[in-house]
Design a protein around this ligand. Structure first.
Ligand code: PLP
Length: 293
């Protein structure tokens, strides 16, 4: 099912499972959190670590409370943490989904934006698409303004969501789709992806190097792709409070608490800024962090 950006599919799912319980990674992308909350969905956060969603925490969440309507996961280059679920954990997650008859939404807009390493199998590939819905979009690989996203849905859900979609917009915008089609037909997709990978890979490297130099006492994720690095400052640091002074210093980030993360965490985006801005931004941020770091 094609949607006007993949986020719109999340709105349809939230409508379909209104008032249900949805498991999400802690932290996770803030917009789905807001969409789900606005639809009266009970949100159950499930812990993650450097290897992605923690299967024991998932098992625990499945064993308590109302049966979840679905699990929302971003297994590759997660927004906001940049973390990727390990292959072993992917197998375990699929096993748990089957055992508990748990529908899963695998949101994967960043998977192709990989700078190094080998791609692990998607949950959708491992499971076969009966329980796992796969969503992605052309926002990160062509342009976000086109608003072309898509969902690969299990048959039953497809009919229900299509009915919701038709009563919302009749059809997703054809001009955006035609533009994507033409882009693909002309063979521009692969070269553009290479361009994106090379530009953004250099930005990721610049941010990792700057963090190494400027914030040696902090921890951060080391993503092999995507847009984001997850910064963990020492306990007691409050990145929400630090945001004002950071803005005055001309640097910004999103506090981890906005994504359901701990107060000492922050999402740093390297995708939209130049190499020099990245170096300077990290330098200015580091100057604001308590000296004990
Ligand atoms: C994890 C995730 N899902 C979905 C989206 C939204 O993508 P789209 O532009 O296709 O709506 C984003 C965009 O930032 C994202 O990070």
């Amino acid at each position: 099912m094609i949607t006007n950006g993949s986020l719109q599919g999340m709105v349809f799912l939230a409508e379909r499972f209104r008032s249900g319980r949805v498991l999400v990674e802690a932290p996770t992308y803030d917009r789905p959190l807001k969409i789900l909350a606005a639809h009266g969905v009970e949100i159950s956060p499930v812990a993650m670590d450097d290897e992605g969603l923690d299967p024991s925490a998932l098992e625990h969440a499945l064993g308590s409370g109302e049966k979840p309507a679905f699990l929302y996961t971003i297994p590759t280059f997660q927004n906001p943490s940049g973390r990727t679920l390990s292959t072993e954990r992917r197998h375990r997650l699929v096993e748990l989904a089957r055992e508990h008859d748990l529908p899963v939404l695998e949101d994967d807009p960043y998977g192709l934006v990989r700078y190094e390493g080998t791609a692990p199998p998607t949950l959708f590939e491992l499971e076969g698409g009966e329980l796992v819905t796969y969503s992605s979009s052309f926002s990160k690989t062509i342009a976000p303004g086109l608003r072309v996203g898509y969902f690969v849905l299990p048959a039953a859900l497809e009919r229900e969501l299509e009915a919701l979609a038709v009563s919302t917009y009749i059809t997703p915008v054809l001009l955006g789709q035609a533009t994507v089609f033409e882009f693909l037909r002309r063979g521009n997709f692969e070269p553009n992806l290479e361009r994106v990978r090379s530009l953004l890979g250099a930005r990721r490297d610049a941010m990792l190097e700057a963090l190494e130099t400027e914030l040696p006492g902090a921890r951060w994720s080391h993503p092999e792709g995507g847009y984001f690095i997850w910064l963990e400052l020492p306990d007691g640091t409050d990145t929400t409070k630090l945001l004002g002074p950071a803005g005055e210093a001309g640097v910004t980030y999103v506090p981890g608490a906005d994504f359901g993360g701990e107060p000492n965490t922050a999402r740093l985006a390297f995708s939209f800024v130049s190499l020099d801005e990245i170096r300077e931004g990290v330098r200015r941020l580091a100057a604001l962090v308590p000296v004990s770091v």
